[in-house]
Write a protein that binds this ligand. Structure first.
Ligand code: GLV
Ligand code: MN
Ligand code: MN
Length: 417
């Protein structure tokens, strides 16, 4: 194998191209599942995969697979990948580094003369972000069998449109959602390259992180129904204001995180919509989505129970009706120790220091870890900033990550020469 040449210029052009495919003006990147921007971004990435000589297929939920078959195409593949959907008001690197980086890693390996002994496959997962249906990792959940296809088909977005309807409209209707789940032993390993989305690598001036554990995420949805009315005429003792019940719930979420006993607990009320939304009208309905996480399942679950008890008490006291739904309550993932050592060895080969770390953000790796041995490669991002338009990793930081990914994939897939 000749030495590995990662083409940073080519990659940077691709980051700019993909960032320009957005529902919001630059520098904001917004690509919600099955929006026009999401569909165009999928086309762009598929074209890159074809140009890289990869064999492309898509499943019934739009997960995209781009395969380098290698010398023994029947053997379980080594897989890599991430997502290209982006939350409202996002930046250009979350997820995208692991997709464009994987294509570049495979191109660089091929150009170096490497021929894998087993397939290497990129997976571009559908809707890692929860924006449309309130649940993250939709594609990888279905691949892992962690979500039933029947339940997924019935998911409704904020406009009342179902996943079943939307996936058909997006062109993925030829097969049923039941076909998405992976057969046993489909993959030998999964390695995801991603920006850290936290400050540690930058603060410690370490170019690469390898992930040992992914924190346990959960999402609650609370629908509140109070009594609306005229803001001038309805006296205060008569009120059953849905917004005020929601506001108390949001504060309870903060308290539950602050008092859990673990510094790793985080709670966020990231969605809070009210109706009718008129300045002179008492809010009659509120809709909250609450994100709650910890590295320890027991701590997270105890805090969730406290939040749920508080919701009931607050609503009773205020005479507001509530419906509470647990959209997801996931376990943490433990990454595979042999894979971690493979990443560490790849870093050693490149002379790059590496830090073992926890991922506080969730990723499709959380579910791929249920399918096969999995780990993640992190690169620094400026100020630890993510889920914002000013998210940034430098060309050099990305190049390092891609080189580590390429050598890791090569070690896992084995050379046939
Ligand atoms: C993923 O985007 C997360 O919210 O952790
Ligand atoms: Mn994200
Ligand atoms: Mn991501």
């Amino acid at each position: 194998m000749k030495s590995l040449a990662i083409d940073s210029g080519r990659l940077q052009h691709q980051f700019a191209d993909l960032a320009s495919i957005s529902s919001a003006p630059a520098p904001v990147v917004t690509r919600i599942l099955f929006s026009e921007a999401d569909l165009r971004a999928r086309q762009y990435v598929k074209q890159l995969c074809l140009e890289a000589g990869l064999v492309v297929r898509e499943d019934a939920v739009g997960n995209t697979f781009a395969r380098w078959p290698g010398r023994n195409p029947q053997r379980p593949a080594v897989s890599t990948g991430s997502h290209i959907d982006a939350i409202p008001n996002a930046g250009r690197y979350d997820g995208v580094v692991g997709v464009l980086g994987a294509i570049e890693a495979m191109r660089a390996l091929r150009e170096s003369g490497f021929e894998p002994a087993r397939p290497i496959e990129l997976i571009v997962f559908t809707a890692e972000e929860p924006t449309r249906f309130g649940i993250g990792c939709l594609g990888s959940r279905l691949l892992a069998g962690a979500l039933s296809p029947e339940k997924a088909a019935s998911f409704k977005d904020g406009d009342g449109r179902s996943l079943e309807e939307l996936r058909r409209e997006a062109g993925f209707g030829a097969q049923a959602l039941q076909t998405v789940r992976l057969a046993a032993n489909s993959y030998a390993a999964f390695v995801e390259l991603h920006i850290e989305q936290g400050p540690l690598l930058e603060q410690e001036n370490v170019p690469v992180g390898v992930v040992e554990k992914i924190a346990a995420p959960s999402t609650l949805r609370v629908r509140l129904t109070g009594v609306g009315g005229h803001a001038g005429a309805m006296l205060m003792p008569e009120r059953h204001d849905a917004l005020l019940a929601g506001a108390e719930i949001a504060l309870t979420v903060e308290q539950a995180a602050l008092t859990s006993g673990s510094p790793d607990t985080v709670g966020t009320t990231g969605v809070f919509r009210i109706e009718p939304g008129a300045v002179n009208s008492v809010p009659c309905r509120a809709w909250l989505e609450i994100d709650f996480r910890d590295t320890q399942l027991s701590t997270r679950d105890a805090a969730l129970r406290r939040i749920e008890d508080s919701v009931a008490q607050i609503c009773k006291r205020r005479g507001v009706n509530f419906e509470l739904e647990r959209l997801n309550v996931d376990a943490p993932a433990t990454c595979d120790s042999a894979l971690i050592e493979t990443v560490v060895a790849a870093c050693g080969q490149l002379g790059l220091p590496v830090k073992r770390m926890i991922s506080r953000a969730y990723h499709d790796s959380l579910f791929m870890a249920q399918v096969c041995p999995a780990t993640m490669i992190f690169i620094p991002c400026r100020g630890g900033v993510s889920h914002r338009p000013d998210e940034y990793s430098s060309p050099e930081q990305i190049k390092n990550g891609v080189a580590v990914l390429a050598l890791t994939l090569a070690r896992l897939a084995g050379s046939s020469r």
